[in-house]
Design a protein around this ligand. Structure first.
Ligand code: CTP
Ligand code: MG
Length: 354
């Protein structure tokens, strides 16, 4: 009997891996969608240059990091290379007026937000059945860098890393635990949890720690500092292949089962901080546990995920007590479904994303 159990488990995992690949492929953006989005970016860049000739408009977030699902939002960042430039809030106001006049987008400028942005959307049309939603921010260079970091992690092992991340993005959206405004976690937060797991929890690791690998040549502090943060990481993935190979051979299904089990059961939510830069840290050592601190620190730091570059920033500070309770409940539910190993793997997948 034990060996029979063993083989039925192996069979389930092999089938589930296959299901995951097939499921995720259908969710990737189509070529047309990518072309339309790039056209939109170019159009917007041309318009912005009529206000700020020295500006560039760059993609970040999922459209640029390899973790994009079909019809996902566009995140754009405007960089201005000249010394004398308008303030972000003036730019947001002016750009809002211009786009309102010159384009068919619905435009909502938010010049007084913590990070001023212009929100744009386009209604669905036959060529664009889901429309487009897009945010334009300014000078958010750290977001461009963390996008590049995630992209590099995706490139190291696309079959396993991208499949896991894309599946989890669908899962958390379907299970409604992907709304920072409602006390749950952003997509960015979930991606960091996956990378933390693959770098620091799995043994042997599936991914190296790109921020701790020795550089190939001496680099000056100036080159690697942005707004006071160390943004260096090993970014030559071609070269990396010659220097680092994972000896972890687990399938994507095994990794996913283990991911759910780890975050459902083992991660120390009360004391731990997930840091992809430094491994598991303590809330205490980062000053994220102090009860006396205005009484709100505890509430802000229920779940702690350190930003890879802005290390004083808890990416999951929006997660409330109830939000974390719901997220953990969902992780347990997923873990339970997978542990029960339904007869057909496709049934497990459907249940997970119900
Ligand atoms: N970001 C950040 N800090 C946060 C949240 C987001 O720096 N607390 C930046 C990151 O560069 C991230 C980007 O904003 O890649 C977009 O975040 P998000 O929309 O959460 O992730 P996406 O991968 O774009 O997910 P989705 O497809 O759901 O939009
Ligand atoms: Mg996004």
């Amino acid at each position: 009997a034990p060996s029979q159990r063993h083989t039925s488990k192996q069979r389930f995992l092999a089938e589930f891996s296959q299901c995951l690949y097939e499921f995720v492929i259908q969710l990737l953006p189509t070529r047309e969608e990518l072309i339309v989005k790039e056209d939109v970016r170019k159009l917007l860049e041309r318009l912005i240059r009529t206000i700020e000739p020295e500006s560039r408009l760059l993609s970040f977030g999922s459209t640029a990091n390899g973790f994009s699902l079909r019809n996902s939002d566009m995140d754009l960042c405007c960089l201005i290379d000249s010394e004398e430039r308008l303030s972000a809030s003036d730019l947001v106001t002016m750009l809002g007026d211009l786009l309102e006049r010159e384009t068919k987008f619905h435009v909502k400028p938010l010049p007084h937000a913590r990070i001023p942005i212009v929100k744009l959307s386009l209604d669905p049309s036959p060529g664009l059945p889901y429309g487009i939603a897009c945010d334009i921010g300014f000078e958010n260079r750290l977001a461009l860098e963390n996008t590049r970091l995630l992209m590099c992690y995706a490139l190291i092992d696309p079959p396993r890393v991208r499949t896991m991340v894309l599946f989890l993005k669908v899962w958390c959206k379907r299970r409604k635990i992907n709304s920072p405004y409602k006390g749950t976690l952003s997509s960015y937060g979930y991606v960091l949890l996956v990378i933390f797991f693959l770098v620091h929890v799995k043994n042997p690791p599936v991914l190296p720690n790109l921020q701790q690998m020795p550089p190939m040549r001496p680099i000056s502090q100036e080159e690697t500092t942005l707004h006071g943060h160390n943004i260096w990481f090993f970014d030559d993935i071609e070269l990396l292949r010659g220097r680092w190979q994972s000896s972890n051979t687990e399938s994507v299904a095994e990794l996913l089962v283990d991911f759910f089990r780890f975050y459902a059961r083992d991660f120390q939510y009360n004391t731990g901080v997930a840091s992809i830069r430094a491994g598991l840290l303590k809330k205490d050592s980062k000053g994220w546990a102090s009860e006396s601190d205005r009484g709100t620190a505890r509430e802000r730091n229920r779940l702690c995920i350190e930003d890879p570059f802005e290390v004083d920033f808890n990416v999951s500070r929006c997660v409330t007590r109830d939000g974390l309770y719901t997220i953990r409940g969902e992780l347990m539910r997923a873990s339970r479904i997978l542990a029960s190993r339904p007869e057909r793997a496709i049934v497990a997948l459907a249940q997970l994303c119900e």
